[in-house]
Write a protein that binds this ligand. Structure first.
Ligand SMILES: NC(=O)C1=CN([C@@H]2O[C@H](COP(=O)(O)OP(=O)(O)OC[C@H]3O[C@@H](n4cnc5c(N)ncnc54)[C@H](OP(=O)(O)O)[C@@H]3O)[C@@H](O)[C@H]2O)C=CC1
Ligand SMILES: O=C(O)[C@@H]1CCC=N1
Length: 263
């Protein structure tokens, strides 16, 4: 893939985040970037200003070594169809779509090799995490080259694991943020102004993320905050008896079910 162009199909929430990450890190030099987007987006305009091509004539796709599919699972076939006649037979399809299998993606892209990734939108800050699966060694190398600079990669042993990986990575920032919002609202219900409570809760989220980045086990991090017999332990016990594990399991189960339906 070295030296070949990279096509990004879709510049929505995740496509823009990927593009921002590449521009920030230089993982894909702007002059090698081709962005296909029905409407201009801040990230696509940033790519254009840096020398990337936005919606160029489709014959420019001939030199692409990779095509990142970042559109909704419901429309990917229609989005890809007009591009296929212009792509080299060895262009690797890089799918970040939830639910859509390698076999279906390959079948819908003229039998080309496919790698699937499930990233978080923190790829924009080059601090994402992404699960990766493929059955093709060259496609794996392409997926790593594009995403290792913007995310920690977790390579899965089995494609079926991508459903659970989607729940625990792609979706999970929203699950964590929903919990933090609920904490802030609970603080406000106990007399804090909502502004103050939100600021404290967001700071707690940032603090949790910063300590988690040390790589220490989560149990050790929890123990460092929770003094025996102290205030945190009382809250953690209330969370356990309120079913926090069941709640997490329900969120993961529902996300897996939806991911399977989409596929
Ligand atoms: N959001 C997330 O956190 C994550 C998303 N994903 C996956 O990423 C994919 C995109 O999701 P998300 O970014 O949230 O969705 P968005 O709806 O935000 O983005 C999809 C984009 O596709 C564009 N689009 C529509 N038709 C075409 C076309 N023919 N050619 C090029 N672009 C087109 C739309 O353009 P326009 O805006 O101009 O209509 C839109 O901006 C999904 O498959 C999802 O499963 C995976 C992990 C995380
Ligand atoms: O909600 C979704 O369908 C996508 C997939 C993972 C995160 N966002």
């Amino acid at each position: 893939m070295s030296g070949r162009d990279v096509v990004l199909v879709g510049c929505g929430r995740l496509g823009s985040a990927i593009l921002e990450g590449w521009l920030k890190t230089g993982a894909v030099p702007p002059e090698r970037l081709i962005v296909l987007t029905p409407s201009p987006k801040p990230a696509s305009e940033m790519a254009r200003a840096s020398g990337g091509r936005v919606n160029p004539p489709l014959d420019q796709l001939a030199s692409a070594g990779a095509v990142v599919i970042a559109v909704k699972p419901a429309i990917w076939r229609a989005a890809l169809a007009p591009l296929l006649p212009h792509l080299a037979p060895d262009a690797v399809m890089v799918s970040v779509m939830a639910g859509v299998s390698v076999a279906a993606t390959s079948e819908g892209s003229g039998g080309r090799a496919v790698v699937r990734l499930m990233p978080t939108t923190a790829v924009a800050q080059a601090r994402g995490v992404a699960a990766l699966w493929t059955d093709d060694a060259n496609a794996a190398a392409v997926g790593r080259a594009l995403f290792a600079p913007i995310a920690d990669l977790v390579e899965l042993a089995d494609e079926a694991d991508l459903h659970a990986a989607t729940a625990v990575s792609g979706c999970a920032p929203a699950f964590v943020q929903a919990f933090v919002l609920a904490l802030a609202e609970a603080g406000a219900a106990k007399g804090l102004s909502l502004d103050a409570s939100l600021k404290l809760a967001r700071g707690a989220l940032r603090s949790a993320a910063a300590t988690a980045e040390t790589g220490e086990p989560l149990e050790a991090l929890i123990d460092r905050v929770a003094s025996p017999g102290g205030v945190t332990r009382a809250g953690l016990d209330a969370m356990a008896s309120g079913g926090v594990s069941d709640l997490a399991a329900a969120a993961v189960e529902a996300a897996i079910r939806r991911s399977r339906e989409i596929g």
